[in-house]
Ligand binder design. Structure first.
Ligand SMILES: Cc1ncc(COP(=O)(O)O)c(C=O)c1O
Length: 485
């Protein structure tokens, strides 16, 4: 850590005391240890993001009604662990030490091989990517004679993407497609164009953590609608559209991340009607739409039910390889034009070579994709069996596609399991990451993108972590705090 000032915002003493809740174990004589553990948990489950400036010791001591010495001792412990950094004159701030983070979805770190990384739900490349890269080299030569700036994307790729939508039941022309640097980029562009500071964005809860970050980065307010045990609470979505008048909605209707649900055709018709009544545009994240394990026909894209209100974001990331960083937006030609204009303030197009590679992959035989689906479905079953055997009191619904099991825990200990699991060599993201205001402590997302043996070993290590958590402390309350009783 070389920074000399806190890189993020600040938390004041009163708010930190609130976040800590009942941090002190009942009857404990180790106040400094308990305080350090409380702060550690807040950092590791993301409620105190890395880089947050901490209040002066004196003020925190007053807010917690403890001695300043105790706070100083807790700070010292956290400094030793690398969770707090202090600089004379600049104060102290939180940090996530190398190798101790499970924020895999949120930052880029190397994972030591002895650590199993279940923090990311991202598979490695399909075998055909290198071959596709070689196959397009002659076409690249032709491109090199031009300027290489394609602000909407290379035509050949837009044609392939449009064909795929048409095949799925939504007739699409290339001018209804904009190529982006990944689906997430497409969502960020839509936010930039359509949502102003302080405006609301309807999201599912749980949802993809980086989508929550993007809404926040747009200075907008995420308005969550909770998923139910059976999928979408469409009545809740309808009521929120009416009552909160969100400027935009963001939904993942195909193998929702993290729950794995897919909205059926009747649900799409009802959702489409509600969006049309409220005239609310919606970003439909289709990054996992191709990861379908079922044989039957897939429901049509939401655009077939809500027309021009739908801005679909798609990606080569989950079907082929995330490292290509190629995604797309499918929207009305008019909206695509506006996105192109808005894009100029952000970037000037996506890399040509990677676009040609994705065009080649989309045009080629689907064998590799079929193989990917079959393999992922087998991994899903391996992980499901391993979790049933190792953690018999965890429950989950077998998802019909996508990349992860969304596990319900018998107690609200998700953050604690995620923190302790690191000591057992597994990185997982706790349930709280999937909600804008934390909570979801009874839930844990387990991706099945690793190899079967690794998944079995991960389940074994998670079971050890769960036992360690159960033995070490009373369970947390639903909001993640340690109850006094
Ligand atoms: C639901 C969802 N949306 C978007 C993304 C990001 O997609 P891309 O890599 O194309 O930006 C991911 C990747 O994990 C995801 O799971």
């Amino acid at each position: 850590m070389t920074a000399t000032v806190p890189p993020g915002g600040r938390v004041n003493a009163r708010r930190l005391a609130q976040l800590l809740g009942t941090w002190r174990r009942r009857g404990s004589r180790h106040g400094a240890t308990d305080l350090a553990a409380g702060i550690r948990l807040l950092v590791l489950d993301g409620r105190l993001p890395a880089g947050t400036g901490l209040p002066p010791e004196r003020e925190l001591a007053a807010a917690l009604a403890v001695s300043r010495t105790m706070v100083a001792a807790a700070w010292e412990r956290l400094r030793v662990d690398g969770l707090v950094v202090s600089r004379r004159g600049a104060g102290s701030w939180t940090a996530v030490p190398r190798g101790a983070s499970f924020g895999g979805a949120l930052d880029e770190r190397e994972t030591p091989p002895r650590v199993i990384d279940l923090a990311r739900a991202v598979p490695s490349s399909i075998p055909g990517v290198a071959a596709a890269a070689e196959a397009v080299l002659p076409r690249l030569a032709a491109e090199l004679t031009g300027h290489g700036y394609h602000e909407r994307g290379v035509l050949e790729l837009r044609e392939r993407i449009a064909e795929r939508y048409t095949e799925r039941g939504l007739p699409t022309s290339p001018d209804e497609v904009l190529v982006t640097n990944g689906a997430h980029h497409g969502f960020a562009m839509a936010l930039r164009l359509l949502v102003g500071p302080g405006e609301r964005v309807l999201i599912e809860q749980p949802t993809y953590p980086n989508a929550i970050e993007a809404v926040r980065a747009a200075h907008a307010i995420p308005v969550p609608v909770a998923m139910s045990d059976g999928g979408w609470d469409l009545e809740g979505v309808e009521a929120t559209l009416r009552q909160s008048a969100p400027r935009l909605a963001y939904l993942i209707v195909d193998f929702q991340n993290p729950t794995g649900f897919r909205l059926d055709e009747a649900g799409r018709a009802r959702l489409g009607a509600a969006l049309r009544r409220a005239r609310t545009p919606v970003v439909i994240d289709e990054t996992q739409v191709e990861l379908d394990f079922e044989d039957g026909p897939a429901p049509p894209p939401l655009g077939a039910f809500a027309g021009d209100l739908v801005i679909a974001t798609g990606s080569a990331g989950k079907s082929y390889w995330g490292g290509l960083r190629i995604g797309w937006v499918r929207a009305s030609a008019e909206l695509v034009n506006r996105l192109v204009a808005a894009r100029r303030g952000l970037d000037l197009g996506s890399p040509v070579f990677e676009q040609l590679v994705v065009a080649e992959l989309l045009a080629g035989p689907r064998d590799a994709l079929v193989e990917r689906r079959t393999r992922l479905a087998a991994h899903r079953d391996t992980l499901a069996d391993a979790v049933r055997a190792e953690c018999p009191d965890w429950s989950f619904r077998l998802p019909p596609g996508g990349l992860s099991l969304w596990c319900r825990l018998p107690a609200p200990v998700s953050s604690r399991i995620a923190a302790v699991a690191q000591n057992f060599g597994v990185r997982v993201v706790p349930g709280s990451f999937f909600a804008p205001h934390g909570g979801l402590e009874r839930w844990l997302r387990l991706p099945y993108t690793e190899a079967p043996d690794t998944l079995r070993e991960a389940a074994r290590r998670l079971a050890l972590a769960a036992v360690s958590v159960a033995e070490s402390r009373a369970p947390m309350s639903e909001d993640g705090h340690i109850p006094v009783t």
